[in-house]
Design a protein around this ligand. Sequence first.
Ligand SMILES: Cc1cc2nc3c(=O)[nH]c(=O)nc-3n(C[C@H](O)[C@H](O)[C@H](O)COP(=O)(O)OP(=O)(O)OC[C@H]3O[C@@H](n4cnc5c(N)ncnc54)[C@H](O)[C@@H]3O)c2cc1C
Ligand SMILES: O=C(O)[C@@H]1CCCC=N1
Length: 447
Amino acid sequence: MHCGLFFFLRRHYPGRRGRGHSGLHKCNSRTSARALRRHRKSRKEGRVNLPALRNLGAEEMSSQKYDCIVIGAGIQGSYTAYHLAKNNRKTLLIEQFALPHARGSSHGQTRIIRKAYEEDFYFHMMEESYLLWSHMEAESGVQLYRQTGLLVTGPEKSRDFQGMKEALELNRVPSVVLAPEEFPQHIPHFKLGDGHGAVVDTTAGVLYADRALKAVQGAFQKLGGVIKDGEKVSGITPGSEVTVTTASGAHKAASLVITAGPWANAVLSHVGLQLPLQVQKINVCYWREKVPGTYSVSRRFPCFIQLPSEMEKTDIYGLPSNEYPGLMKVCYHAGSETDPDQRDKQTDRGDVAILSSYISRHLPGLESVPAVVESCMYTVTPDHHFVLDRHPMHSNIIIGAGFSGHGFKFGPVVGKVLCELSLGRPPSHDLSPFKLQRFQNFLKSTL
Ligand SMILES: Cc1cc2nc3c(=O)[nH]c(=O)nc-3n(C[C@H](O)[C@H](O)[C@H](O)COP(=O)(O)OP(=O)(O)OC[C@H]3O[C@@H](n4cnc5c(N)ncnc54)[C@H](O)[C@@H]3O)c2cc1C
Ligand SMILES: O=C(O)[C@@H]1CCCC=N1
């Protein structure tokens, strides 16, 4: 109702919008109740009473007071909103596109989940994340995770491979080191590179991403959370009470969380901040199995990460065939820079050529031309670590950004710490690696 009325005013009387806003402070509930009755009567009679509509809009706007507003209903914003609602906070989650959509970073059927991280801080976050994903499975009654294991392979002597192997050992992650001679019997149809080592994180697997996002948003709504989709945030006024403006009106809250994915800088421009983020378009490639089922999840083929080598300078990763029968997802962990609003104009396929060559050499059971290519986006920081911090000037504005192509699995715990920051509680994880300050030399600010 609210959206419709404001939309009407804007479309038919664009010049009056400002005056409609100023009516906000003058309006009280009795006048607006009268306005509502008048408006309903007018509608019945086929007349439209403009002053009544303006008053009604003003009253509805003033009632939009939340404890917290979250901008962006990707996995990070949705989980943040969920945790806020779980903490009994009246929460509004605003999304620019009608949900579900495939124009950000959280769509698609699958993501890798793993504890195999070189950095201890990610490992600790993942320990809790696994637990929280399983709580969400229980709460929603939907299977979100399937254990497949994750093969990590790369030049045996490289710093990356050794670092990963040592971290798995040090953190006591259930894992298996595979010597080249025993490799084929454990993981058939995968040709290990010459001089490459292999270690399997057996806790790893596949997260059903689309399902997960839907489950989290559903759980948030069940807790009384409000989602407004198809509403693009066009302005933010900071203060002890933050005002967030969209085409449908203004929403107010004691705190704001910005989780706008590839649009982070567009949204942050409203609060005088620009981060060193690069948005990349990722070609999400699926490759046909020559014999259907060769690499299937049901035959327990694992996910894999190929660490950088002489041949491939960037990680390549894959997930067993599952979502599209007979097709296995294998992708390059980087893409070409794009404007998120012009994603489809970025048509570079240099990565697909690299993948084709990799597949011919290492995955002989796949055809080396992709059968399906979908699109997704990474928002990459210079050090590939996330941004989880407060706005430097406005402590009630919290920022979650720059998930650098590996943030989905952390959704539950990222949401938890962003919620904690927003509630002014000490975060349950060490957030020092994620501070804005590390970009001091890059930060562009108009504060
Ligand atoms: C191909 C691919 C493979 C990946 N694989 C993995 C993996 O295996 N494992 C893993 O852990 N991670 C993986 N990731 C990374 C992971 O998916 C992302 O880190 C994560 O989805 C980022 O979520 P987000 O909520 O920050 O961004 P998004 O999902 O983009 O959400 C941001 C939302 O904000 C909305 N928004 C923006 N501006 C506004 C505005 N002005 N008003 C209202 N709403 C707005 C957007 O529309 C969007 O819905 C992968 C990513 C890609 C692209
Ligand atoms: O985050 C992940 O696990 C995947 C695989 C490695 C590259 C990026 N995403």
